[in-house]
Every structure is written in structure tokens, then in C-alpha cells.
Design a protein around this ligand. Sequence first.
Ligand code: AKG
Ligand code: FE2
Length: 198
Amino acid sequence: MDLFTPATILTPIPIEDGELALQPQLGLALANAEILARLIGETAWRAEQVTVFGKRHLQPRLTAWHGEARYTYSGLTLEPLPFTPLLQHIRQAAEAATGRRYNSVLLNYYRDGRDSMGMHSDDEPELGPEPAIASVSFGATRPFVLRHKRSGRTFKIDLTDGSLLFMSGSLQQNWQHGINKSQRPLGPRVNLTFRFIV
Ligand SMILES: O=C(O)CCC(=O)C(=O)O
Ligand SMILES: [Fe+2]
């Protein structure tokens, strides 16, 4: 992002084998800090047990799933909660910025630097062949790590408070992404990934 690119414009990030774009600040009616506090306080957070490589363990973060459809990943089926007015507002802003529609959102709450998300692709069949995913972050800045499936090349983007990252095209087919643990003391972060479930 250079000095002359406004923070409120969705700007493509050049990357091979997929589409990626970043808007440093999503246009919202409330301050980022107020949204973070309300999301932390008003969400029915769950610590989910998942099965990865045949082993059950607790996810290193809290989650919530809102929308119209069930969602299944890592042997886990999430029953949807309805969209709240706050989630509707953020969804509307993400739809306006990206020009796509979303009917579901996965919320992830990283309580501190020990919380993380393993490398994965959002490539479940119900997302369709070229999923459009709008990822909105509040709170502590965490690096979003991308790793190309064939070349192994990695690429990092700092996801700052109030930012929107838009993933589309063949990105999920060709890249994995995740959030690493950090040794540094970090404040809370909530990430929302808006998706369209067919
Ligand atoms: O927290 C993030 O930025 C990543 C979230 C993510 O990859 C997901 O919800 O699938
Ligand atoms: Fe993801």
C-alpha cells in the first residue's frame, strides 16, 4: 500500500494463481474498537473439538457460525445462528466493497498470541469452485500467511484493525492460508469470513 492509495479502496494484491485484494479500512458506521468489543461480548463463542488426522483436540481459538446453512469442516458440523444487526451491518459493508453477496459468516476469536489457525484452503464443495470470501478483521494485527500448494512459496499480509481482505478466483485451489501463533504479547482479534454457501 503506497502513500497515495486511499485506505477505503479495495486494491488488488498481485499474486500468481489466484485473486487477492486488500482494503485497509472497511467503511463502517461504528468505530473499529466498538465493533471489536461488541463482537467479543455479544457472540455465542464456542470452543470446538475437531478431528485432524484422526486425533480429537480443541481448536486453538473460539468460533461462531451465523447464516442460513450448516457448515461442515474437519469432521465438525456447525448449526447456524441467525445474523445479528451488527453482523448484517458488517456484511452489507463487505458486499458493497467487494460487489459480491454472502449468506454466511464464520467468526474466529483469537484471544491472544497463543491462538492460531492451521494452514488450510477454504475449498469445501458447498463454497463452489471459485469461492469469493470477504475476510474482515478487528483488533490486534496478525500476519495472514499464504503458502502456494505446488511451489511452496509463502507470502504474508498484515491484517490490521478494520481491514478487509478479499479472496477469489482460483486462490483456494492453489494456496493455503493460516494464522501462526506469536510469542509476543498480543491483544484480542476477531476475524469474520463472509462466504456464500450454495
Ligand atoms: O483469521 C483469519 O484471518 C483467517 C480466518 C480463516 O482463514 C477462515 O476463517 O477460514
Ligand atoms: Fe480460511
